[in-house]
Design a protein. Sequence first.
Length: 233
Amino acid sequence: MMGSAVREGRRRLVAGAAIAALTLSATACSTPSTQIAGPSVAQPVAQSADGLNRALTEFSQNSSEAKILTDAQLRKTIPKAQQWLENVEIMPSKCGVTFASPIAEQLKNSVMGAVELKDQFITVAIYPDAATLKTAWDAHAAANAECSRYSVKSEGQSRAFHLAKQQVKSNAPLNEGYVVTGSDGSRTSQQLSIRSASANILIGIQQTTTKDQTAQQLNAATETINAVLDKIK
């Protein structure tokens, strides 16, 4: 019983983190939409929640430890994710979240899914159109460029973060990767955070990393992104 409760609690925590990743940037909804131009632009895909769930299930069929989080399961975590994001204090303040609309509103017309693996968490969001995703992507990239160092205070505890940019080269037209180092003054941890976008598809990968693991994990994550794209399209 205790083990089940711990696993369920961890899943809720992971699902909440997935929601934050899938929104990209809460300020993006107030930014004018931009068109994606160019001959190599991928075509948008139309995918239902059930269709995305089937695609992610097929993608992870060779992993016995894979756990699929459906669109419905992720949406149940939105209220707590919204509450946490509104109560957290981020310094400098320009690196914080400014809510143009609640998370539920931002994701209302998107389809979501996630795969939880032993050492990796994969999120997928299919936005209503490519322009909406591109606007969110640009806002998020601009924020990262200005906020390579910031601190987060929650429930009286503060943690400092540093973003170190990484090279990501997947089959998606848009890619970004960071090693996120976090420290509370006594303990330090690192996370590899990768996002790739193709037309209206956003894929994110999160996993714990170390200096010796990062290069290999980047290569593996690139292969994962390409494989997920192939299953969804």
